[in-house]
Write a protein that binds this ligand. Structure first.
Ligand SMILES: [Zn+2]
Ligand SMILES: [Zn+2]
Length: 367
């Protein structure tokens, strides 16, 4: 069947863009399939005509060749693509009389899709919220790893009803508000006419049935607010600012829905002796000049609490760092360790006694 888009919209060949728009709106309104007296075949044809004539390029092609090349103009059976409906193929920049407000467009398309038999998902109960806490630890705990009990207020499962919010043993009654369907059909008035819209039944939350006995302890939510304690496992080597995720340890979901996750951000308290740089630990140690000269070693306490004696290399010069391999922080999740780096400060005596000066003078040739 040869189609004349201009004839279809009741337009002359030199109709302006505005005239195309106006004619289309009038006819779309008239033939909309959800409207009494609507005509789906006509509605599709009108849309097809409009898709072509409202687009400068397509219209030029159509005028020249009697068709367009992207498939929209051909076929004649269901060439209208509903996915185009909310996109550029349609224009809404007109006086929205007939719309309740422009914000309802989304609803209108929902209604449109539902009218086309697109099934909407039934409601599932809300997942519990994720929770985030900050946990302070000592550097020693970060070094060894730790198990720390943490206590927080959250939603937990209602024990009375095992999180269901009701008692299934007591049976169910079909919901009177939706006749057991879980959804309610509503008529909505839009620019295109009246739509049948399906919405979830609020009374039974889309379930179609109502429990005969609900749980009073949790007011049927399946969860109660309570303090919860769990033991947090902190792996050796954890660093300041790292986050531990405990899956499903967050807020309990509504009526048995999935729990949220728990995120614990670790704060490592500043240490009086050590500062951390990656997995290396830095410390400053002071020693007397005489100890440097006589003992050539220094004793320090490491992060593990162990006292170690470190030989000072012959090549040592003031301001040089002394490194103790493997005496730093453990690498998180692997064997290896960082190093302990000692900033060794040698105290030069401010004032020498007469005796010390005399001895040093004697030693002058030896040093
Ligand atoms: Zn209902
Ligand atoms: Zn309960």
């Amino acid at each position: 069947m040869e189609k004349d888009y201009y004839k279809l919209l009741g337009l002359s060949r030199n109709a302006t863009e505005d005239e195309v728009k106006t004619a289309y709106r009038k006819l779309a309104h008239k033939y909309h399939p959800d409207k009494a007296g609507g005509d789906e075949a006509m509605f599709k044809k009108i849309n097809e005509a409009y898709q072509t004539l409202s687009n400068k390029e397509k219209r030029a092609q159509y005028d020249r060749f009697g068709k367009t090349f992207d498939g929209m103009g051909g076929g004649g059976q269901g060439g209208f693509d509903f996915r185009n409906f909310g996109g550029n193929g349609f224009e809404f920049g007109f006086d929205p009389s007939g719309f309740e407000d422009m914000g309802n467009l989304g609803d209108m398309f929902d209604a449109f899709f539902e009218g086309m038999g697109v099934k909407r998902k039934r409601r599932t109960y809300e997942r519990g919220a994720d929770l985030e806490f900050i946990q302070e630890i000592m550097l020693e705990e970060a070094y060894r790893g730790a198990r720390k009990p943490i206590t927080f207020k959250t939603h937990i499962v209602c024990e009375k009803c095992a999180g269901l919010g009701h008692f299934p043993k007591e049976g169910f009654t079909d919901c009177g508000a939706c006749d057991g369907r879980g959804e309610i059909q509503e008529s909505r008035r839009t620019f295109f006419g009246n739509f049948q819209q399906v919405r979830e039944c609020k009374k039974c939350a889309g379930q179609g049935k109502i429990p005969n006995k609900i749980c009073g302890t949790c007011s049927s939510s399946g969860r109660i607010t309570s303090e919860k304690t769990l033991e947090l496992t902190i792996a050796p080597g954890i660093a300041d600012g790292q986050v531990i995720k405990v899956t499903k340890a967050g807020e309990m979901g509504e009526r048995g829905a999935e729990a949220g996750d728990l995120y614990v951000r670790i704060r490592v308290k500043p240490h009086p002796v050590f500062t951390r740089e990656g997995d290396d630990l830095l410390m400053r140690e002071e020693m007397r000049l005489v100890d440097l000269l006589i003992h050539r070693s220094v004793e320090v306490k490491t992060i593990s609490g162990e006292k170690i004696s470190i030989a000072i290399p012959q090549t040592f010069t003031f301001g040089e760092e002394i490194t103790v391999q493997g005496a730093g922080m453990p690498h998180l999740g692997s064997h290896g360790r960082g190093n302990l780096r000692i900033d060794l400060r040698v105290q030069i005596p401010k004032k020498l006694s007469k005796k010390a000066e005399d001895i040093l003078k004697e030693l002058k040739g030896e040093l």
